[in-house]
Write a protein that binds this ligand. Structure first.
Ligand code: SF4
Length: 1007
């Protein structure tokens, strides 16, 4: 192993000077000053000037001691980080060469990722790829405006006035306020004894993470130690929920536990790009915004070099479209029509894999060499309920009178075979096309019921319109639609149709996801090389040695969440909670990822109950959520509506600005986590660890802390981690501190338990937690790498498969290997809480609509607005990175050349964009482009912040520094369409609760 470098032990004051010096060096040429100094202008010289004066000399040649592996969190791709840390200062970020996002194959398709056995001593010269966001993460660490001490509000909320307090004061005051609002003696009492289903008063505290990272800790504290049902009011419904929910419904397990009807087996499908020949990306932008972007983008370019062809279906000619073989500029909100038109063509031309679809069960699939099978042959009946409403559902063997308790069980699915009904598990194949009337035993009453196979229902839906009609709806030529279908079926199983936000962030997004995903089902490409992969997943870091969710004295959690996710609406029971149809606010029994946009409006309406305390983390609610800002400000300004608001955040963002307390979180390069690697065909678990800061007061990057490579953490030390800003804390430590102040179980001596509940360790700080995760990982990975140690995981940045392990023959090594459902039985049995109608269980196209089903007809607003992510920004937080802001200082209002000509608008003109929901509108500069479908305007996300230190705050009586350039540009969420039935929330998809981003009609005028 490596030699020991010169010793220069940690001195907090030196460290802080170093921090501020680096902050100044890395800050933009615009005005900067640290958050606790008085405001001053242009105090830092431009980077170039510093280079000339030699203040920032070239980096020394790196050695293995300088290299530390961690995980990037600048976007959701979670690439591996190779941090170069010299004398305690992070000077460069590259990609981890062991990590599958950062290195995969070279231009000759030879593996270029390091085999896992590669000795890290020699690997320090190896570099993986990283995008510009990832590289600029250095400025996230050394952001001169980071909050450096806990802050307590002075004056009214959002006054921008603060005082600094100690952590001890912060924890004890917050705990005292929570205890006063929800006294310990009352926590186990019902919110409303007349409505026990609401749960107990402990539900009046909520934890709202904008991002579900480090959630094992937050769930440990708020779910298992405090016991609130509102332990994870997370952001996913403003992100990609209809994709997740659609995929979960396609893979639904009736015995799962997401709601009383079951749970999905997997939430995502991605293309096995390198094995594929043809890919259609519906509203996905893997060269800029999809995830894991770095891995997908590189794979996609190699796919092209290998002769692959891909299509971009998107109203905007983005980077992915620019490299595509075909760009299909579709009308926003009509992707389901394109997919259903393609299904129409495939069925009419018998261009689907009938044998695969006829396999009725796992045994049939096994015999056919298929990893998966479908419900295509299962019989679905049409029934009428006591209100006279018709609905559909699978029929059972019991009802069909064919259950014998041996080969056919009572709840088995039923197929049509040999002219009669048969148990789905008792046959090889069922008939694919079935339309029969059969006699069923419905509760002892013989009843004639019309039944059809799932495939027949899909066919009926696809053929309910002509291909010309479908093409007209999405404004795509018939030849294009049919050409896509013909090409898609021309590659065997080596073709995929993949979605991301484009098709799904609409009120009809769930069925867009279902329709597009079933293009894959019709060719049976799941788990095949070149087909759809659910991803290789990772090793278990949650249990095995230490069970991270086990808490002695766990009080349990129950009751209805404030966003009414995962709970069925009980319209039959009249009263203040259940009011028949329409419900006071919508319910989302299949909102398996929660409903972020409903939380604040629900608090405003106190439905189903109010909220006493809200603790937020990594949260930009009023900035990121469509049309929420006004509702947020009205609600949060009223301390009777929300008596306590705590923000865990490294900066004063749009949420923190309104908080009663701001607890300064460390940033991602000062944290421990195992955040998972999304949608790779490989298996891998990257370990996120601090690359700056100190352990036991010994700074990372100054001396090899363990005498080893990459400044390994002293695994056996008693240990305590301190971030680079020494009076900030990692969110893990903040949780432990809050839990101790509240007197909760699950922290302290002997708090860590094994799976059997035996004490196996203390939980006093984030390193205790990190060690538990590492021990679990090492334990779990023994099967793959016998003898693997915690030290090895740290020295390589995680545990990863070796290159070339992706395939086993012509199939993927990691498989879903279960049922694919074309008929979504659980939703077809469920009535919408607003309309009272049953949801449809078969994919179809329906126009975008309000929650009552009425069309969105905003006369006088002729253009449809879409948003997008740029490659140089990630979500709502990268406006603090000068390198990224300097690349494009503000975002424009993109308008097609045709529309601009009609409106006499030219590039650079100041324009106002109004909607029916925000007639005052937002203003920005026009960019006239040919790269946009006429009738559509596009405004990117990321810009238009009003906080994050774009605005000056006063701290301890002094005006702290700010940088107005962080507020450049405009934010389209501010004008997005609200729902007619509940005008304090955006439009949303009714089944899974995904909020709409692309259904707003606007008017653009020159200012
Ligand atoms: S794609 Fe995302 S995770 Fe990967 S390097 Fe870029 S910002 Fe970091």
């Amino acid at each position: 192993m490596s030699s020991v470098k010169s010793s220069k032990w940690f001195n907090p004051s030196v460290s802080r000077r170093t921090f501020l010096k680096v902050s100044g060096t890395l800050a933009s040429a615009a005005a900067i000053s640290p958050v606790f100094t008085k405001s001053k202008s242009a105090s830092a010289a431009p980077v170039n000037a510093m280079l000339k004066t030699g203040e920032n000399p070239p980096d020394p040649v790196e050695s293995e001691e300088d290299i530390i592996y961690s995980v990037c969190q600048m976007c959701h791709s979670r690439c591996g980080v190779r941090a170069k840390v010299v004398d305690g200062v992070l000077v460069k970020i590259d990609g981890n060469p062991y990590h599958p996002n950062n290195r995969d194959v070279d231009e000759n398709n030879a593996p270029d990722r390091l085999p896992y056995s590669t000795d890290p001593v020699g690997a320090h010269t190896e570099i993986g790829r990283m995008c510009l966001k990832g590289q600029s993460g250095i400025q996230t660490v050394y952001d001169p405006y980071r909050v450096q001490h806990p802050l307590k509000r002075v004056g009214p909320r959002n006054a921008g006035q603060w005082e600094t307090i100690s952590w001890g004061q912060a924890f004890s005051e917050i705990a005292a306020k929570i205890n006063a609002l929800i006294p310990a003696a009352e926590r186990e009492q019902l919110i409303d004894p007349a409505r026990p289903e609401l749960g107990k008063k402990k539900n009046l505290l909520g934890f709202a993470p904008g991002r579900s990272v480090e959630k094992e800790m937050s769930e440990r504290i708020w779910k298992h130690a405090w016991g609130t049902a509102n332990y994870g009011l997370s952001h996913t419904s403003i992100c990609e929920v209809s994709r997740h929910v659609g995929n979960e419904l396609i893979t639904w397990d009736p015995n799962g536990s997401k709601n009383s009807m079951g749970a999905g087996r997997t939430e995502g499908w991605q293309a096995d790009i390198l094995g594929s020949e043809y890919i259609i990306y519906f509203g996905a932008n893997p060269l800029e915004a999809d995830f894991p972007m770095v891995g997908l983008a590189r794979n996609l370019m190699q796919f092209k070099r290998n002769g692959g062809k891909y299509v971009s279906v998107d109203p905007r000619f983005n980077n992915t479209a620019a490299q595509a073989h075909q760009w299909v500029p579709i009308t926003p909100g009509t992707d389901a029509a394109l997919a259903m038109g393609m299904i129409n063509w495939m069925i009419e031309h018998n261009a689907y894999n009938a044998t695969y679809l006829m396999n009725a069960n796992k045994a049939a699939a096994d015999a056919d060499g298929e990893p998966t099978w479908t419900d295509s042959t299962y019989l679905v009946g049409t029934f009428t309920d006591s209100d006279g409403k018709t609905f559909q559902r699978y029929i059972t063997a019991m009802e069909a009178g064919i259950a014998d308790g041996e080969t056919v069980m009572g709840n088995d699915y039923v197929v049509w075979f040999g002219g009669a009904m048969a148990g789905a598990n008792a046959v090889i194949h069922g008939d694919l096309e079935v339309m029969q009337t059969v006699e069923l035993d419905l509760g002892g009453t013989p009843t004639e019921v019309s039944v059809k196979s799932s495939f027949s229902l899909l066919k009926e839906s696809a053929l309910s319109m002509s291909r010309t009609d479908y093409a007209n709806i999405c404004d795509v030529s018939l030849a294009t639609l049919e050409g896509l279908a013909a090409e898609f079926v021309g590659h065997g199983k080596k073709a995929t149709a993949i979605t991301y936000r484009g098709p799904i962030k609409h009120t009809n997004g769930l069925h867009a996801q279902l329709a597009i995903q079933h293009l894959n089902t019709l060719i049976g490409n799941y788990d095949w090389k070149g087909g759809c992969t659910a991803g290789g997943g990772g090793w278990n870091h949650k249990s095995g040695v230490v069970n991270l969710s086990k808490v002695a004295g766990d009080p349990g959690h129950e009751g209805i969440r404030i966003d009414r996710a995962k709970t069925f609406y009980n319209a039959e029971e009249a009263g203040s909670l259940f009011t028949g149809y329409p419900a006071k606010r919508p319910w989302f029994p299949f909102g398996t990822h929660g409903n972020y946009q409903e939380v604040i409006p629900s608090i405003q309406d106190s439905y189903p109950y109010g909220m006493k305390a809200l603790i937020t983390f990594w949260n930009a609610w009023p900035y990121s959520t469509p049309s929420l800002r006004k509702v947020w400000e009205e609600t949060v300004a009223d301390e009777n509506k929300l008596p306590l608001l705590v923000s865990i955040s490294p900066v004063i963002g749009e949420v923190a600005a309104w908080a009663d307390y701001v607890l300064p979180d460390s940033v991602y390069l000062e944290k421990f986590s195992v955040p998972g690697i999304p949608w790779r065909v490989n298996k891998g678990s990257a370990f996120q660890r601090p690359v700056v800061g100190a352990f036991d007061d010994k700074p990372i990057g100054v001396s090899p802390l363990n005498g080893g490579v990459g400044n390994s953490i002293p695994v056996n030390a008693t240990n305590r981690f301190t971030p680079a800003l020494p009076d900030t804390k990692a969110v893990l430590d903040i949780h432990i501190g809050l839990a101790k102040a509240l007197g909760l179980p699950g922290v302290g001596d002997n708090a860590l338990l094994d799976d059997a509940g035996n004490p196996v360790g203390h939980l006093h700080n984030s390193w205790d937690w990190a060690k538990a995760m590492l021990q679990n990982l090492a334990n779990s990975a023994q099967g793959k790498y016998p003898g693997i140690s915690v030290e090895e995981i740290l020295s390589k940045g995680g545990v990863f498969d070796n290159p070339t392990e992706e395939y086993t023959g012509q199939q993927l090594s990691y498989q879903y290997a279960n049922i694919i459902r074309t008929f979504i039985d659980p939703i077809a049995k469920t009535r919408d809480s607003i309309t009272g109608e049953y949801y449809k269980g078969t994919p179809h196209y329906a126009p975008v609509a309000h929650s009552d089903g009425s069309p969105i007809s905003d006369a006088g607003f002729p253009l449809k607005m879409i948003t997008y992510k740029t490659v140089h920004h990630g979500q709502a937080r990268t406006n603090i990175n000068p390198w990224l802001m300097l690349s494009i200082p503000e975002n424009p209002v993109e308008i097609s050349a045709a529309d601009a000509a009609d409106l006499e608008i030219e590039t650079g003109d100041e324009v106002r964009v109004r909607s029916a929901s925000n007639t005052a509108g937002i203003t920005g500069k026009a960019l006239v482009t040919q790269r946009l479908k006429p009738g559509v305007i596009a405004i990117s996300h990321h810009y238009g912040h009003w906080e994050q230190h774009a605005r000056a705050h006063v701290i301890n009586g002094d005006v702290a520094g700010n940088d107005p350039s962080r507020g450049a540009g405009l934010q389209p969420t501010q004008i997005m369409r609200t729902d007619k039935m509940n005008p304090n929330v955006s439009l949303q998809e009714p089944v899974g609760g995904s909020c709409s981003f692309y259904d707003t009609w606007v008017k653009v005028e020159k200012v």
